[in-house]
Ligand binder design. Structure first.
Ligand code: HEM
Length: 206
């Protein structure tokens, strides 16, 4: 049984990440035609699911980097869960895009199309669109085939755009939901600054 779970752990993760869809669909279908309350609930759930997964994905590498520098690394380096989470980053990324797509779909279905353009000229929507449009090519190149076609370097360079998406998302959340939402981005920013400074130091000394 354990072996079966281990062998299929990627698919079990996909299933778990897909589960909130049932709640979202139930709300969307039972609440149809949507009241403004239903729309807000769907926008909140899908937006929070997507931003949670994006942040979770972005925290993985810097947290492992810090652990490697710490005294507890010898204790945790063989932890299977750490290797498993790190090895499944692409799955978390794919579901980030999936929930962003539901979020955008809810907006497009509810709002009057005549509003789309004027909305997009306001910073809250503009930053949302920037974050979303950056995620599109990242999602499209998340298959094994795309990874091997683009080779390691090109793929990594393209996927660094995720940091621009994160900045746009931080702005989108601050404008949509208040500056409190930025709290979750702050440790990530500090970790990345530290990681970059260590990387620079290493380059200077080598
Ligand atoms: C990667 C893309 C995006 C992510 C991860 C995202 C995430 C979020 C989050 C976390 C919120 C706050 C929800 C809350 O109130 O708790 C939000 C609000 C919102 N987002 Fe997005 N968003 C994205 C792109 C977009 C796009 C492209 C649009 C539409 C053009 C959009 C429309 C909205 C709207 C209408 C709100 C609610 C604003 C309000 O309450 O005044 N988002 N989004």
């Amino acid at each position: 049984m354990i072996e079966v779970i281990k062998k299929n752990s990627k698919y079990i993760l996909w299933l778990i990440l897909f589960l909130p869809t049932f709640g979202i669909m139930a709300e969307a279908l039972t609440g149809y035609p949507w009241s403004s309350h239903t729309y807000e609930e769907i926008i909140e759930t899908t937006g929070e699911a997507s931003s949670f997964l994006l942040l979770f994905t972005l925290y993985i590498s810097p947290v492992i980097f810090i652990l490697k520098l710490s005294v507890i690394w010898s204790l945790v380096k063989n932890l299977k869960i750490l290797q498993w989470v790190n090895g499944n980053k692409r799955s978390f990324g794919v579901f980030t895009f999936y929930y962003a797509m539901l979020h955008v779909a809810a907006y497009l279905l509810y709002k009057n199309p005549s509003k789309f353009f004027s909305d997009a000229t306001t910073m809250v929507y503009f930053s949302g669109w920037i974050a979303f449009l950056i995620l599109v090519p990242l999602f499209l190149t998340s298959t094994d085939r795309a990874v091997s076609m683009l080779q390691g370097r090109k793929w990594k360079a393209l996927h660094r755009f995720v940091y621009i998406a994160a900045v746009a998302l931080a702005l989108h959340i601050a404008l949509a939901d208040g500056a409190d939402g930025l709290v979750q981005f702050l440790p990530l920013l500090l970790l990345e600054i530290y990681r970059y400074s260590q990387y620079r130091k290493k380059r200077v000394h080598s």
